[in-house]
Design a binder for this molecule. Sequence first.
Ligand code: SF4
Length: 155
Amino acid sequence: MFHIVKLQPGDSPREFASLGLKLKRKRKQDCILQPCPAHLESRCSIYDARPIRCRIFECRQLQRVATGEISEAGAQEKIIEATGLVAEVNQLLFRKGGSNIRLPLSKRCETAMAEPLHPTSDEASVRDRTRLERVMQKLNALLDQEFRIETAEPL
Ligand code: SF4
């Protein structure tokens, strides 16, 4: 959903680095780069030690469950839909010859889409490219509508 998580006063960059998180200082601001290596099997593997922003962030699904607008099962369906689209994007990227999985998915897609199609590209490659664009659009629309929240500043 995001490319970075900004660290807050009280967060310890050194501690996060020792836990294997990837840190970067951008415009005098310490950040954790995404995708986060602590995200394993759909869970935060350092939950008790996670950064402050991760503690306070509530996606739309969590907010809707909290207010009773939707059920946990409904939220679970949206999560399954999103992870299914992510899996499809990954599959298409790997079919194109793989990409650096340490980079955010949207950046990897941008790179793949920016590659010119070879005049000798077969029909399947052209189809995959069109499909990649469509699935990524669908995923972004789903994330915007169902997960991301508007914040005054980037997370
Ligand atoms: S909640 Fe955990 S897995 Fe997610 S970004 Fe924060 S530290 Fe990483």
